[in-house]
Structures are given as C-alpha cells and as structure tokens.
Design a protein around this ligand. Structure first.
Ligand SMILES: NC(=O)c1ccc[n+]([C@@H]2O[C@H](COP(=O)([O-])OP(=O)(O)OC[C@H]3O[C@@H](n4cnc5c(N)ncnc54)[C@H](OP(=O)(O)O)[C@@H]3O)[C@@H](O)[C@H]2O)c1
Length: 323
C-alpha cells in the first residue's frame, strides 16, 4: 500500500510517497481502507519539529471503510463506513495519509449515511477540539455567548457551528474577505481581527463573553480578559506559554483559564474517548445542525502541498487529501 511518510524532521519536502506493507489489525483495532483524510496544522508542526524514531506516516484524521476486524472488537463489521482522529499522536507510527490504517476502536465512530467521507475526515480533529473546548472545558450552555478567534479556520468554522448547535451566540474574527462566508457558517457577528478597537467592538456586540476559544493567547489574552463576562472561561488551544496580562482584572472577574490539547483524549486513558464525541459530531452533521467546509481536495501525491498550504495560506475550513 502507499503511505506518505517522513524519516527526518524538516520542510514539506521531507514527505515521501512510499510503498509499505499493509498493517494487520491487532486486538481491539480495525483495518480501515482510507477514502479521505484531512490536513491539520499539527501534522505540519510535528513534521517540522520532531524527527521520528522510525518512519512516520503523516495525517491525523481519516474516513473510510472497515476492511478487517481485529480480535476482541464488538460492534463493527467489514464494509462499515467509519471516521477517526488522533492518529498524529505518539501512540502511532501509522497516520492517515495512506491507503490503509489500523485504528483502535476508541478513536473512531460510524459515519451516518448522509455524511460523505470527505466531510467526515474534515470534521474529525477540529470537531473534537471544538467539542472538548466548549462542552468539556467551558460547559457552554444555551443562551450564552462565545468568542472565536479566526472563524474561517479549521477549528474556528466548526466551533461557530457547534456553538450554534449548543444554543449559544457567537462573535468571531476573520480578515474582511471572509466575513460573508463566516456569517454564513452561523456567526452572529464577524469582526476584522486587525482592527485596533477589537475589544470595544466585541463589547458593543455582547453583554460579556461566557467562553473564548483562543489559539493566539500571546496576541489576544488582554482582549479576552477585557470582553469576558464575570465567571467566563478562556480556553487556550495553542501558544499556551503566553503570560497572562492584567491578571488583576481576570481575578476580579473570576475568569477560568483552561489549557487543552485534544491529543490527550487519544493518549490519556482517564479522559473521555474520542469515538463517542465523533459519534455526536456525526449526528449533528446528519441532522444539518453542523456544517464542515472543504476548501479544496488534493490527491495523496500532493501531500506536501497540503502541508504547505495549511500553514501558509488563509484557508476557509479544511483541506482534504484523498488516496
Ligand atoms: N490544542 C488543541 O487541541 C488544538 C487542536 C486543533 C488545533 N490546534 C491549534 O489551533 C490553531 C488553529 O488550528 P486550525 O486547524 O483552525 O488552523 P487554521 O485552519 O490554519 O486556522 C487558523 C486561523 O487563525 C486565523 N488567524 C491568523 N492570524 C490571525 C490573527 N492575527 N488574529 C486572529 N486570527 C488569526 C486564520 O485566519 P487567516 O485565514 O486570515 O490567516 C485562521 O482563521 C493551530 O495553531 C493548531 O495547531 C490546537
């Protein structure tokens, strides 16, 4: 089978399309014939910064068809459509940019009939991230307001849809060329992230933000604190080493700072499993209560281009890769 692997850390050029042996599912695993994968910034960051001890197949998310079932697996059969995420974690050397992958059942869920392989692969990592942030960390409730930085991004656009599905209003930011598209994802207000009066503009749209989803705390912590309602929660998904400015204001509002990585759900046995979250996301897609946007689809041969684009370009939603 084909797999896009890297042997050393480096730029997208270290990715090689190679012929390798098809893996066999161990007990508790399924062999999945991959129909779609999607690229995430973490795939490119790991490739750039971490030389693997053995060749690593890139890619976190997949959607495909069960092709073999390992021992001690209940509830799945050959031919079933499934999607998964978490394959980027150091629990695996096999990733999703390949013809096949073995996946433990805690990382996957069935795909509803109305959801395509591409949609399922596109939603997996970003949907689990938004779910972990809003449901597990911020406990977003109907009637609350959330702030999402970067509403056109992979995580951002699904977070807007999830907030809506949870009954919350959302204020989001994006560069002006994406404002109409981001409004169509369901955002109640879209603001230019470059404006100097961003905090004032957010305050004029809300009476205080109950939850913030922040992937650039070094830039936005001050704004987050300023616009948060009393008792609000600021969930940080990247750049978590940024210092907290104006800690006095944060303390007087009793703000909660929540640092998270969805990867922990794949590696920490005490945390909730990824599969049931994917199952809920699948239901939301099936019911039309959540949308995932696909910016473009590239063939496996263009994996390096997918890695380049996810870091360097302003993408709306997700880039999907198909074998
Ligand atoms: N901790 C976790 O569990 C977790 C999970 C998923 C992702 N992440 C991290 O979260 C980040 C976002 O992931 P993603 O998949 O959504 O990436 P993405 O698809 O590349 O989206 C990035 C978003 O950030 C926006 N952005 C860029 N500069 C900005 C600025 N100055 N102010 C506000 N927004 C700005 C982008 O807007 P433009 O298009 O205008 O550039 C885009 O909307 C990445 O660092 C990723 O590694 C963490």
């Amino acid at each position: 089978m084909r797999a896009v692997r890297y042997h050393d850390a480096g730029g997208p050029g270290v990715l090689r399309l190679e012929e390798i042996d098809r893996p066999e599912p161990a007990p508790g695993e399924l062999l999945v014939e991959i129909r779609a994968a999607s690229v995430n910034p973490v795939d490119a960051k790991l490739r750039a910064a971490h030389a693997p001890s053995e060749p690593k197949t890139t890619g976190s998310d997949l959607a495909g068809v069960v092709s073999a079932v390992g021992e001690r697996v209940d509830g799945y059969e050959v031919g079933e459509r499934v999607f998964a995420t978490g394959l980027h974690t150091d629990r695996f050397t096999g990733g999703s940019f390949a013809d096949y992958a073995v996946v433990p059942t805690d990382l996957l869920a069935p795909i509803p009939d109305s959801v395509s392989f591409q949609q399922a692969a596109a939603v997996a990592l970003v949907g689990v991230t938004a779910w972990r942030a809003f449901v597990h960390h911020a406990n977003v409730e109907p009637g609350e307001t959330v702030l999402i930085h970067g509403g056109n991004g992979g995580v951002g656009h699904v977070a807007i849809g999830l907030a809506d599905a949870l009954g919350a209003s959302s204020v989001t930011t994006a560069r002006p060329e994406h404002h109409d598209t981001v409004s169509a994802f369901g955002a109640d207000a879209v603001l230019d992230y470059d404006r100097d009066d961003l905090a004032d503009a957010i305050r004029s749209e809300t009476s205080g933000v109950d939850a913030v989803l922040d992937h650039m705390p070094g830039t936005y912590f001050e704004t987050d604190i300023e616009v948060s309602a009393f008792g609000g929660c600021i969930v940080v998904i990247a750049g978590g080493d940024a210092p907290i400015p104006n800690a006095g204001a944060a303390r007087s509002k009793e703000l909660q700072f929540s640092m998270m990585s969805m990867s922990n759900l794949a590696t920490h046995p005490d945390l909730p499993n990824i599969g049931p979250i994917l199952s809920r996301l699948g239901t939301l897609l099936d019911d039309g209560r959540l949308e995932v946007s696909i910016d473009r689809t590239l063939p496996l041969e263009d994996a390096a281009e997918a890695h380049r684009a996810v870091i360097e370009e302003s993408v709306v939603g997700k880039i999907v890769v198909t074998p």
